[in-house]
Design a protein around this ligand. Structure first.
Ligand SMILES: [Zn+2]
Length: 158
């Protein structure tokens, strides 16, 4: 699938169409959603604004896209992300995601561990919450970046 097409307000635009930016500007901040037209009926997307308007896929809709579509991603269960959703990964909004990691994000100037103490002993034993491994976080970030990069709507840069 070479040509990605988006349906915005009754019109279909190729992803490189300069008019697409204007169309996205009109639906940005509204409840109207563009649709990726890789499959019949299309798949809902949302509009983010960076330097220009960017179409991104909605969380959890990667598997709805045609396998050849740039927005396609296997269902969560396949990549292992699925079981973390809602626990280690909390979607507050498409652009605001909270993740809980199983490792420290910040390095602390440390007192060395006394001999005999388990280095990998978590401070709180009774933590039933699932947490993300570094690998899972990387997968997740890759997944998100993919949604951005691949669905980037080309247009005049401002
Ligand atoms: Zn698609």
């Amino acid at each position: 699938m070479d040509q990605i097409r988006y349906f915005v307000r009754g019109r279909t635009y190729p992803s490189g169409d300069p008019l697409l930016q204007d169309a996205l500007a009109r639906v940005y901040d509204s409840s109207e959603r563009p649709r990726c037209m890789c499959v019949q009926g299309g798949v809902e997307m949302y509009v983010a604004k960076h330097a220009e308007f960017v179409i991104k896929r909605m969380p959890g809709t990667g598997h709805l896209h045609h396998v050849a579509c740039h927005s396609f991603e296997p269902e969560g269960g396949v990549s292992g992300i699925g079981e973390l959703m809602g626990e280690a990964i909390v979607e507050h909004a498409p652009e605001q995601v909270e993740i809980r990691t199983a490792f420290a994000l910040a390095r602390t100037a440390g007192r060395p561990l006394p001999r005999g103490e388990q280095a990998d002993d978590p401070p709180s034993i009774n933590a039933p919450r699932k947490r993300m491994s570094l690998r899972a976080v990387l997968h997740f970030l890759y997944d998100r970046a993919g949604g951005t990069r691949r669905c980037r709507a080309a247009g005049p840069s401002r």
